[in-house]
Design a protein around this ligand. Structure first.
Ligand SMILES: NC(=O)C1=CN([C@@H]2O[C@H](COP(=O)(O)OP(=O)(O)OC[C@H]3O[C@@H](n4cnc5c(N)ncnc54)[C@H](OP(=O)(O)O)[C@@H]3O)[C@@H](O)[C@H]2O)C=CC1
Ligand SMILES: O=C(O)C1=N[C@H](C(=O)O)C[C@H](O)C1
Length: 265
């Protein structure tokens, strides 16, 4: 039996990669797309998209009502992604969400809905296995070297800053070390933003440049030494093994999980 999948954001950089991955996977079936353009058209009628006969819906609720789907993959923007994920849970379709930029309150609301419906949901700020390991190693290192700064670097089409990965990394580090103020107690920015964002004393610096894809360095400093843990995604294929794993895993889940690390064996 194949897993029936809806993709939201099929024309995007990640969405188009996910369309190819789902289409090429024997046990997956792409059954519909949610797109804010091309309502009522089939993918194979739209210029520049693969020759796949699958319907496009502008209205996410109409899509969920009319489609026999098991899983929704959302790769859009946080505002739309939140609505899609909520609706999918209401229709008992399991969301696999890569969209970054949800607020903690939004994640809590989706967790409540997922858990009360008993419908599995995976929200993963980063689907690349190497990035998950970077976060895991950073959490471990934070126990021994608690002075930490994060530099995340992305392509200049990215809408949210800091990245979901940087936020998740900082959250993991907060679980592993005591809250602390970093840098000089009297330090003063003479130019706004010079020290980056500050979450519980951890500073996050966001770089946006053409040519980049998705990169992060976690820097640790101690007396006479530094440690750098670094991950680079050079293309969007790097995320697809994680998306595939999440689709398979979510089928047997009945609650929300935040972060791919929680489903890696
Ligand atoms: N978890 C992970 O591993 C990864 C997550 N991401 C995240 O995935 C998301 C998508 O990234 P990326 O593919 O680079 O972005 P793109 O901008 O390339 O794609 C976003 C897609 O969402 C669509 N969209 C925008 N607004 C709406 C709306 N209101 N309703 C429905 N669809 C909408 C866009 O359509 P239109 O063209 O009409 O604007 C576009 O097709 C981002 O949040 C990004 O941070 C990215 C890489 C990896
Ligand atoms: O927008 C991107 O490209 C990416 N977004 C995710 C994030 O915000 O962390 C994951 C990855 O870094 C690529």
């Amino acid at each position: 039996m194949s897993i029936n999948i809806i993709i939201a954001g099929p024309r995007g950089r990640m969405g188009s990669e996910a369309v190819n991955m789902v289409h090429n996977e024997d046990s997956f079936e792409l059954v519909a797309c949610i797109d804010r353009k091309h309502n009522g058209m089939s993918m194979n009628e739209i210029d520049g998209l693969p020759d796949i006969d699958v319907p496009f819906y502008e209205d996410p609720e109409e899509c969920l009502q009319q489609t026999d789907a098991d899983v929704l993959i959302d790769l859009t923007i946080p505002e739309a992604g939140f609505v899609h994920t909520k609706l999918a849970l209401l229709y008992d379709v399991r969301p696999v969400v890569g969209t970054s930029g949800f607020t903690p309150d939004q994640i809590d609301a989706l967790r409540d809905l997922s858990n009360s419906h008993g419908t599995g949901c995976i929200i993963a700020p980063n689907f690349a296995v190497g990035a998950v390991l970077m976060m895991r190693f950073a959490k471990e290192a934070a126990k021994y070297l608690p002075d930490i700064e994060i530099i995340e670097k992305h392509h200049d089409k990215k809408l949210d800053a800091p990245s979901g990965t940087a936020v998740k990394t900082a959250d993991l580090i907060k679980d592993a070390r005591e809250s602390k103020q970093q840098g000089h107690p009297d330090e003063k920015e003479t130019m706004d933003g010079a020290r980056g964002a500050d979450t519980d004393g951890i500073h996050i610096h966001s770089v946006r440049l053409p040519g980049l894809v998705a990169h992060q360095e976690v820097l640790f400093g101690g007396p006479g030494q530094t440690l750098t843990i670094k991950h680079d995604s050079y293309n969007r294929e790097s995320f697809m093994a994680g998306v595939k794993l999440a689709v398979n895993k979510v089928m047997s889940m009945n609650e929300l999980v935040y972060g791919l690390d929680n489903i890696l064996d």
